[in-house]
Design a protein around this ligand. Structure first.
Ligand SMILES: NC(=O)c1ccc[n+]([C@@H]2O[C@H](COP(=O)([O-])OP(=O)(O)OC[C@H]3O[C@@H](n4cnc5c(N)ncnc54)[C@H](OP(=O)(O)O)[C@@H]3O)[C@@H](O)[C@H]2O)c1
Length: 331
């Protein structure tokens, strides 16, 4: 079968590799329909230790963290409900040396990396979703345990931002979303999101008032750089900034040290696969079950920009759409 693999020089190339046929215990074989290219697929290719220790690749060095397809065979010990179902997959939920995938025609992965999709949705519409949905879910769990009652989302108009909006609403967690354009604000408002602020001149006054009123002390930061520098003075007391993404690039965050004292401010990373939700098998199973029940919310769908075939991988990796929609690999 065709697969997109990583070379020792950390380039991607299309190879012919053996098709997995008999699933190992606890594993499923998935006929892959599509795989969206997320930021992590680019970041970890360039910088394997971007989230700490580099993650193992599995057999044949196949690349790709997200995808969707249909289960065509199950190994021993796999719950019967996975048989024949369409699934969204996020490879980093459970690593196995027997894994093959995801950017290949047939993936072989632990069933615990899969979320069963209802029959009335199109698997392709969720081919980049599970990583982002799980990130938002695990984050809300983590901040609840840390005692936070509300959240500020810096990359409001992103897949992780949308996922957080849906999950925060269902948990009644107040959330403020920062977006860069009025169009992004209007789109979120049309979907019923209540507190969306456009980051234009003077927005920090609105943020300071609203965040104190709502007690949004956890910052879910996918942007970094100038935006965090700009909002830090407006955060409520006892805020924690959790860095999970770097859409703002390499621009440094610059915060006067007195703010740490004045606001008891703290800063730390958030990585979904280092979260308790993903690392503890019972919590992961519970998360997947809960998400299965709500995954058909359109806010979890992958925004597809353009579809590419495997042999167009270079073009697909270079693709950037003006509205943040993603390149999707299809067979
Ligand atoms: N740590 C983890 O566990 C984890 C998990 C998943 C994702 N991530 C990371 O989270 C970040 C977001 O990923 P995603 O898939 O949710 O993003 P995405 O869906 O691709 O969203 C990108 C959107 O964010 C908005 N944005 C805001 N500020 C931006 C900036 N300075 N530069 C570019 N875009 C900006 C843009 O919308 P507008 O143009 O409308 O502003 C853009 O369309 C990435 O860095 C990703 O690597 C981390």
């Amino acid at each position: 079968m065709k697969a997109i693999c990583v070379t020792p020089g950390r380039e991607l190339e299309v190879r012919d590799i053996p098709t997995p046929n008999e699933p190992a215990p606890g594993h499923v074989l998935i006929d892959m329909d599509a795989s969206a290219i997320n930021h992590g697929d680019k970041t970890f290719l360039r910088m394997p230790t971007a989230a700490g220790n580099a993650l193992a690749l599995g057999r044949h060095d196949v690349w790709g963290a997200s995808g969707a397809g249909r289960v065509v065979a199950v190994g021993s010990g796999v719950p019967v409900e996975y048989t024949g179902r369409q699934v969204a997959v996020y490879r980093s939920l459970d690593r196995s040396p027997a894994s093959v995938g995801l950017w290949c025609e047939q993936a072989h992965v632990p069933y615990t990396t899969c979320l069963i999709l209802p029959d009335h949705v199109r698997a392709r519409d969720y081919c980049g979703s599970l990583v982002n949905v799980m990130t938002a879910y695990a984050f809300l769990e983590e901040i609840a345990n840390a005692g936070h009652k509300g959240v500020i989302v810096t990359a409001g108009n992103s897949a992780t931002g949308y996922a957080l909006a849906s999950l925060a609403r269902s948990r009644n967690v107040p959330a403020i979303f920062l977006v860069r354009t009025a169009a992004a604000r209007d789109a979120m408002c049309r979907l019923g999101v209540e507190h969306v602020i456009v980051t234009t001149e003077g927005f920090t006054d609105t943020l300071a008032r609203l965040s104190t009123e709502l007690g949004t002390t956890a910052v879910f930061d996918g942007v970094g750089g100038d935006l965090i520098t700009g909002i830090a003075p407006s955060l409520p007391m006892n805020s924690t900034i959790y860095f999970y993404g770097f859409l703002g690039g390499a621009a440094p965050v610059s915060i006067p040290s007195v703010l740490f004292m004045m606001k008891n401010l703290s800063m730390r990373r958030f990585s979904n696969f280092e979260s308790r939700t993903v690392k503890e098998p019972a919590k992961l199973a519970a998360a997947l079950k809960t998400l299965e029940g709500v995954i058909d919310d359109p806010m979890f769908m992958t925004r597809t920009g353009k579809e590419f075939h495997y042999d167009q991988i270079e073009l697909a990796m270079a693709y950037g759409s003006p509205d943040g929609a993603k390149a999707v690999l299809v067979k």
